[in-house]
Design a protein around this ligand. Sequence first.
Ligand SMILES: *[C@@H]1O[C@H](CO)[C@@H](O)[C@H](O)[C@H]1NC(C)=O
Ligand SMILES: *[C@@H]1O[C@H](CO)[C@@H](O)[C@H](O)[C@H]1NC(C)=O
Ligand SMILES: *[C@@H]1O[C@H](CO)[C@@H](O)[C@H](O)[C@H]1NC(C)=O
Ligand SMILES: *[C@@H]1O[C@H](CO)[C@@H](O)[C@H](O)[C@H]1NC(C)=O
Length: 179
Amino acid sequence: MLSFPILVILSLSALIMRTTATPYPTYPLKPFFLVTTPQRTPSANSSLLPSVSATCLFDPYHQPNFLLRLAGPGYGSLPNFTLTDGTLHTTIYNFGPPATGTFEFNSTTVLEGQELQFLAAPQGSGKLGLQGGYLLAVDGAVEGWGICIGELGQSVIKWKSADASCNATYIQAVAKPPY
Ligand SMILES: *[C@@H]1O[C@H](CO)[C@@H](O)[C@H](O)[C@H]1NC(C)=O
Ligand SMILES: *[C@@H]1O[C@H](CO)[C@@H](O)[C@H](O)[C@H]1NC(C)=O
Ligand SMILES: *[C@@H]1O[C@H](CO)[C@@H](O)[C@H](O)[C@H]1NC(C)=O
Ligand SMILES: *[C@@H]1O[C@H](CO)[C@@H](O)[C@H](O)[C@H]1NC(C)=O
């Protein structure tokens, strides 16, 4: 039989788990665009977010895993995303290798110190969510994204990078691209 103090600890930890384990919102279900901005709050018009930048997928050396990089004005067609089961999905044309054609890329498990990565392969459930329906989160944490100088001098998105040259950012899901 459990002693009284252990029961108290068990019920307390159950209470803490209940209050912190908020389910990730799955809204918006419509495809959205991912933008970076230092502003946490949303804007009805994504063009009005301060220092806003659109993002697109990028594979530095025709590697299988694509990264997310900033895409300035004039970038042809920005990719849109959906989020299911903690994983981002986007359908883009890959000029190859390994294969040329249109593929659904899925985000891989987000790891500390690494880029947000996408593979044209099925992925299990992930840790990503949209807090408040718009703020990209990892296990519920919205702070930790960084804009970092990546391969080939591109600005790529990393999670909790120790690299001091990364600039902290929020990643917002927006209905329309900012430009
Ligand atoms: C959003 O803001 C931009 C910049 O001020 C403006 O050019 C554009 O017309 C606005 N879009 C909408 C839908 O209001
Ligand atoms: C989202 O991307 C897909 C694939 O490129 C495209 O067919 C679709 O029209 C896009 N939707 C929006 C809302 O941009
Ligand atoms: C990405 O994941 C989805 C399931 O979520 C899967 O249907 C799709 O085939 C995957 N993409 C590729 C290229 O395997
Ligand atoms: C970080 O911000 C500074 C100041 O705006 C800028 O000069 C620098 O290029 C940025 N670094 C990255 C990795 O984007």
